[in-house]
Design a protein around this ligand. Structure first.
Ligand code: NI
Length: 209
C-alpha cells in the first residue's frame, strides 16, 4: 500500500465513524411509523414550540389557543391506510377512559403532515370520525414544515407507482402540559388502557406540582 492509499483509507474511516450515529438516528426515526419501535424522548429534549396552523373551520390556530389545556398531539395524514387510524383511535379511546372531570382538561390534536391533500375541511371531517373533541390542524407546507420541526417529527412523501402517494411519518403521540411544555410521549402500539393510565398519572402529577 502506498502512502496516498493509506491516507485515503484513513479518511474513509473518519468519515464512516463520523456519520454512523446520524445514519442510525435517521433509520430509527424512519422505522417508527410501522414497527412500534420505542423512540426515547426525555424532557431534556426540546419538543414543541410556537406554531401557526389552520383548524377544520378554517380558523388560524396557534399554540396559545391550547394554553391551560393538556394536549395529546399526533402527527399524520388523512390518507394514511392504517397507522394513523390506529393511533388516533387509541387516543380517542384513552380519552374516554379518563374520569369526566379529567377528560375536559385534555384536547386531542391531530396535525397533518400532508397539506397538499389535507385541506382544513378534509382534516376537520377526518378527526370528527375519531372523537367529537378532536382538533384537526393543517396549514401551508411552510407552516407544516415548521411545526414538524418544533416537534422533531419526521415525515417524507413516498411515491410508489400509480396509486396515491403515501407519507412516511413518525407515529408518536406527544403529551404537552397546560403550559405548552412537553411532558411525555406515547409510542405507536401503546394500548388505550396504558395511554389512559399514563395520561391520568401525568395530569395527577401536574396537579400536585
Ligand atoms: Ni400514518
Amino acid at each position: 500500500m502506498n502512502k496516498t492509499l493509506a491516507i485515503v483509507a484513513a479518511l474513509l474511516v473518519v468519515i464512516v465513524v463520523g456519520i454512523g450515529p446520524r445514519l442510525a438516528q435517521w433509520a430509527g426515526v424512519g422505522m417508527d411509523h410501522g414497527g412500534g419501535s420505542t423512540t426515547t424522548t426525555t424532557s431534556a429534549v426540546a419538543i414543541g414550540g410556537p406554531f401557526t396552523l389552520v383548524n377544520g373551520a378554517g380558523e388560524t390556530v396557534t399554540e396559545q389557543d391550547f394554553r391551560g389545556k393538556w394536549t395529546v398531539v399526533y402527527f399524520g395524514y388523512t390518507f394514511c391506510p392504517d397507522v394513523c387510524p390506529t393511533g388516533l383511535a387509541t387516543v380517542a379511546s384513552a380519552l374516554d377512559m379518563l374520569p369526566a372531570d379529567m377528560q375536559e382538561k385534555v384536547v386531542p390534536v391531530f396535525v397533518s403532515v400532508d397539506p397538499e391533500r389535507d385541506t382544513p375541511e378534509v382534516v376537520g371531517e377526518y378527526v370528527s370520525h375519531f372523537h367529537p373533541r378532536m382538533v384537526g390542524l393543517t396549514g401551508t407546507p411552510e407552516q407544516v414544515t415548521a411545526v414538524a420541526k418544533e416537534y422533531k417529527v419526521y415525515y417524507k412523501k413516498v411515491e410508489d407507482g400509480d396509486g396515491p402517494y403515501l407519507m412516511d411519518h413518525s407515529a408518536i403521540a406527544y403529551l404537552m402540559g397546560p403550559d405548552g411544555q412537553f411532558v411525555r410521549h406515547f409510542s405507536h402500539g401503546v394500548s388505550p388502557d396504558d395511554m389512559a393510565k399514563g395520561l391520568q398519572q401525568a395530569i395527577a402529577d401536574g396537579a400536585a406540582s
